[in-house]
Design a protein around this ligand. Structure first.
Ligand code: CUA
Length: 181
């Protein structure tokens, strides 16, 4: 083998090594990208969207804001084309509040204006986050994922009230909302 042939063979070997590294990097990017794109945000908790209204945590009588025996405040919401249930959420100020939301049809989402509360609501999954509203006041809560022709009309309200007023209204096991009936 001439010196030139040896050099060519060495160059080819290195080209193969470099190509293999590039293929490995691209494959890693594609696999992780597709994997995370197919996952809902934050953590994964699944639920059957077909039976939401029949059984379990998201039946109508359990929607709204509840206070557990240990004092923890939880808001349960269902998003559907084109409303949130309940359409007006009442929460105490200066107390951590956990939202739990799911969808009965397509992908929705919501943001509580003036706060950093912002989540996607995906059918088949329970979206949760915990936040504390600093002061009493009203916030709009629009759907922020395009969900069909009625998307822009899909919104709810969040009413933050003083913690004492909230405690006075929240009887044991009751679910609160601020929907006018
Ligand atoms: Cu629901 Cu947009």
């Amino acid at each position: 083998m001439s010196g030139e042939d040896a050099a060519l063979a060495a160059e080819r070997r290195w080209a193969i090594v470099v190509a293999a590294i590039i293929v490995a990097i691209v494959a890693t990017m594609v696999v992780t990208g597709v994997h995370y794109a197919a996952m809902p945000p934050s953590r994964v908790e699944t639920i059957d969207p077909r039976t939401l209204h029949l059984t379990g945590e998201f039946v109508e009588s359990n929607l709204g804001t509840g206070v557990a025996a240990d004092g923890k405040v939880t808001v349960r919401l269902v998003a559907q084309q084109y409303s949130f249930q309940p359409a007006c959420v009442v929460v105490p100020a200066e107390v951590p509040v956990t939202f739990r939301a799911t969808s009965s049809d397509v992908i929705h989402g919501f943001v509580v204006t003036g706060t950093n509360a912002n989540v996607m609501v995906i059918p088949g999954f329970v979206a949760t986050f915990t936040t504390t509203f600093r002061q009493p006041g009203d916030h709009a809560m629009p759907c922020h994922e395009y969900c069909g022709t009625g998307h822009e009309g899909m919104w709810a309200r969040v009413q933050v009230i003083p913690a004492n007023d909230f405690r006075a209204r929240a009887g044991r096991g009751r679910r609160l909302d601020c929907v006018r009936r």
